[in-house]
Every structure is written in structure tokens, then in C-alpha cells.
Design a protein around this ligand. Structure first.
Ligand SMILES: C[S@@+](CC[C@H](N)C(=O)[O-])C[C@H]1O[C@@H](n2cnc3c(N)ncnc32)[C@H](O)[C@@H]1O
Length: 292
């Protein structure tokens, strides 16, 4: 099957039938009205608390299709060996990635803003030879950790949920040792915009046309709710462009060592029979280095 045919199958098997949030028709005007510069952290915590059980059910022990087929292997390759290292997972969700780091020999601390998410992470089995320590903490306030104690920090699809990204990045910088690294996975802002509903409602059979709608809003910063995840409460998503991220990283004292836009691991994705989200979502991965 070539790429075109694969795209078609994905589209017809999944996207066309993707249920919209609670069956409500998407009201684009409402979404634009919701858009504003920020959302209080307490509100973001409440949303992730409300979504914790659904999130845990979709991620399970090994990550969802998107993570397993598109991003995890590339992310782990990019991070490099972690054996014997002290690793911090910022925004750990149900902790599947923290536990994977532990299985690779790291000593892992894992934090999440949502107490319910941390509770679920603790109930998942630790099959690593090292235990992961879970805590409720915000990326913007890591004062439970002293300066310079981690070799590596990871943040797997979290920064788009954080209003105060400059503080979060400064905190990650503070807790890293000199020349320590921060690995960040993001939904790719060129393809994923919280106000874009076109990819899910467009009649175009061509992904390029459906996603083309994003070009006109790519530079519209701010926050809106992602409300296309079936079974989830609408989730605030802060849109920043690639150059915004570049500037955020630089201002916090990082240099970018590596940038990657991982492709789909096509065969395993086809075999899994649930290729839709892995095929359509796009991600980008950054490896940042603390300069001093
Ligand atoms: C999309 S989920 C990703 C979870 C996990 N990293 C994964 O890949 O499965 C985003 C997570 O970030 C957490 N989060 C949001 N804002 C946060 C903050 N300020 N500090 C720490 N965690 C936060 C949410 O509670 C949620 O668990």
C-alpha cells in the first residue's frame, strides 16, 4: 500500500467517523470566543483531574498508538542512554514513560499537576528494577527539588498545556545539572492548532487540503480548547509557533542540540489495526542542553 492509499484508508476508517465531543456539533465561533491569552493553572488542573481516568485508559502501560508508533522510539533514541542517571519526568500523566525510563536503568522522579493522575500512576505496576517516585507538582514550581540534581528532564506532550511556559522552562533549567538535557515532545504546531476544526469536518479527501486550513491561523497565538478527543473534557491547548518555542528555550538558558519530526512506524501501525491517530497526528521533538 502506498502512502496515498494509506492516508485514504486512515481517513475513511477513522477520521470520517471520529465522534465529536459529546456529539455536539462543533461551533467554531464559540471556540474563537473562548480563545484568550491565558487560563489559570487551577482550571487546567481541574480539567486534567476530570480527564485522568480516560487518559489512563487510553495510555495504559505502554502508551497509545501515537506514542508507540510515532514518537516514543525516536524520543528515547534522542535522549540517549539513561542508565544510572537521575531523570525527572515533568507532566508524567499515568507515568508510562517514567516507568520506561526506569526500565532503562534511570532513577526517576515523576511529577504531574493533577493529583488524580498521580494517584492513577501510583496504581500502575512498576516493572522496572528501579522504582519511580511520583509527586504532585507543577512544572512551574519544582521547589521540592534542589538545584542541579537531575542529569535529564523529559516532558512528553505537556508544554502545550502550560500557560506560563517561561517559568516552567526556567524551573527545568534550575533543577538540571550543568550541561544536563531537557527532552521535549510537542504536538507539531504547524499541523495541530486548537482552533482548527477543519481537519475533522472537511469533506476534502486530501489531507493536504484538510490541513491546509491551518496555514491561515498558524500565527494566531493564545489558548483554546481541544474538544475533539472522544470521551474527554475539552482541554486547554496553548498554541505557540516554532519560533516562539525557539525563543522560549533560548531565554531559559538552553541551546537546541537536536530537533526531529518523527515519521510513522508504518508496518507496526498497520498491524495494530488502529492506525488513525498515529497516522494523522504530527509531533516534533527537541533535545535542549543547559549551557552552564
Ligand atoms: C497530554 S498529557 C501527557 C501525559 C504524559 N506525559 C504522556 O505523554 O502520557 C499532559 C499532562 O500534563 C499535565 N500537566 C498540565 N499542566 C501541568 C503543569 N503545569 N505541571 C505539571 N503537569 C502538568 C497534565 O495533568 C497531564 O497529565
Amino acid at each position: 500500500m502506498d502512502r496515498w492509499e494509506f492516508d485514504q484508508r486512515c481517513r475513511h476508517s477513522s477520521l470520517a467517523s471520529l465522534p465529536r465531543s459529546k456529539g455536539r456539533p462543533v461551533n467554531t465561533r464559540e471556540l474563537y470566543q473562548f480563545r484568550r491569552d491565558t487560563v489559570a493553572e487551577a482550571a487546567i488542573r481541574a480539567v486534567w483531574d476530570a480527564n485522568s481516568a480516560a487518559w489512563d485508559a487510553s495510555i495504559q502501560d505502554e502508551g497509545d498508538d501515537f506514542r508507540r508508533h510515532r514518537t516514543d522510539d525516536a524520543f528515547i533514541r534522542m535522549i540517549g542512554p539513561v542508565e544510572g542517571m537521575r531523570v525527572l519526568d515533568i507532566g508524567c500523566g499515568n507515568g508510562y514513560f517514567a516507568r520506561r525510563m526506569a526500565r532503562l536503568g534511570a532513577d526517576v522522579d515523576a511529577v504531574d499537576l493533577s493529583p488524580k493522575m498521580v494517584r492513577l500512576a501510583r496504581t500502575r505496576k512498576d516493572s522496572g528494577n528501579r522504582r519511580v517516585k511520583y509527586r504532585v507538582a507543577s512544572a512551574t514550581d519544582l521547589k521540592v527539588f534542589a538545584d542541579g540534581i537531575f542529569d535529564v528532564a523529559v516532558s512528553n506532550f505537556v508544554l502545550m498545556s502550560i500557560a506560563d511556559a517561561p517559568t516552567a522552562l526556567r524551573e527545568a533549567h534550575r533543577v538540571l545539572r550543568s550541561h544536563g538535557s531537557l527532552a521535549i515532545a510537542l504536538t507539531h504546531p504547524v499541523f495541530v492548532h486548537p482552533s482548527a476544526r477543519k481537519p475533522y469536518v472537511s469533506d476534502s479527501p486530501r489531507l493536504e487540503e484538510a490541513f491546509g486550513a491551518l496555514a491561515s491561523i498558524y500565527r494566531d497565538r493564545g489558548v483554546a480548547q481541544i474538544d475533539t478527543w472522544p470521551g474527554f473534557e475539552p482541554t486547554p491547548h496553548f498554541h505557540r509557533t516554532l519560533s516562539d518555542y525557539w525563543e522560549l528555550f533560548r531565554s531559559a538558558g538552553f541551546v537546541v542540540d537536536h530537533f526531529e519530526e518523527p515519521g510513522l512506524a508504518l508496518e507496526p501501525a498497520q498491524q495494530s489495526g488502529q492506525v488513525a491517530i498515529g497516522a494523522h497526528l504530527q509531533a516534533c521533538l527537541y533535545l535542549l542542553r543547559k549551557t552552564a
